[in-house]
Write a protein that binds this ligand. Structure first.
Ligand code: ZN
Length: 281
């Protein structure tokens, strides 16, 4: 990517190296992490594993706010800044206003309004506090274990989490929440797949506009498409357990994730991302 002239977002909380005050993980925290891990790397719909963590101050230290100074922190803030620019404009075009989310950088484990997050879960978005949580070690996992290198692959992951925030603003999250506990787990999972594929498509919409803003360079699109392929439920399950259980899919297959990401990337219009009324995914 070419982010030299991109403005860095100040909506960043740097909690790296701070740990969690108030003791280690409870049993609940560990369960959340394990479930999320096997659901795929991004439990974006944190409500599906979400639980309230009662009381307590998050940290006693002062949380650093604003764009971090180190290279990795700056990269993330600039990508976040570009999502704010793109979604700000898209919302404005439909007469609405975009309220940007906050990105929290953490190491190891973190408290959110959705429960305790762990690095092994991968990045996640919590609708309860409108924050996205990323442990940057995930980018190493993405490259080394999942075979998706490149800065645009990393940016796609951030854009996907931001897309969940867009879904909160546009009401898609409410649909999922309403379905929770009403039907079978398999039905809920099917809805979750629609939600996640829409987030992939929205990430593509961001990529489309990032291209128009001259933020992309040769090879970026391929990196993004490769990353979408790498985090399909079928591929992750085959890697983790040697076989695939389609009813348990929550994010979609590699092929589906690739296709919806590409659809957003090609069109640049969120209207083309209506996975909820699509007859085939
Ligand atoms: Zn997601």
């Amino acid at each position: 990517m070419q982010l030299g002239r991109q403005r860095a977002s100040q909506n960043v909380e740097d909690r790296r190296g701070m740990g969690m005050v108030g003791g280690g993980l409870g049993i609940g925290g560990i369960v959340v992490a394990v479930i999320a891990y096997f659901l795929g790397f991004d439990p974006g719909t944190a409500i599906q594993v979400g639980q309230q963590v009662g009381g307590g101050q998050q940290t006693q230290q002062q949380v650093q706010k604003g764009a971090p100074k180190d290279e990795a922190g700056r990269f993330v803030s600039k990508v976040l800044g570009s999502t704010e620019d793109v979604w700000g404009r898209v919302f404005q075009q439909s007469g609405a206003q975009y309220g940007a989310p906050t990105l929290v950088l953490f190491e190891g484990q973190v408290r959110s309004a959705c429960g305790v997050g762990q690095a092994a879960m991968g990045p996640f978005y919590c609708p309860g506090d409108e924050k996205l949580y990323i442990d940057l070690s995930f980018f190493r996992t993405l490259h080394q274990r999942l075979g998706a290198p490149g800065d645009f692959a990393q940016a796609y992951v951030i854009a996907h989490e931001v897309a969940h925030h867009v879904q909160k603003l546009t009401g898609s999250f409410a649909k999922l929440e309403a379905a929770r506990g009403r039907g079978s787990q398999a039905e809920f999972n099917r809805l979750s797949v629609r939600m996640e594929l829409q987030a992939d498509c929205y990430a593509g919409v961001w990529g489309h506009h990032a291209g128009a803003l001259n933020l992309l360079e040769a090879g970026d699109v391929e990196e993004g498409l490769n990353a979408a392929m790498a985090i399909g439920d079928d591929r992750l399950q085959r890697q983790a357990q040697g076989h695939v259980v389609p009813e348990s899919f929550t994010h979609g297959t590699s092929e589906q994730r690739l296709r919806w990401f590409k659809r957003g990337l090609d069109s640049g219009r969120p209207q083309d991302c209506d996975t909820f009324s699509a007859r085939t995914l």
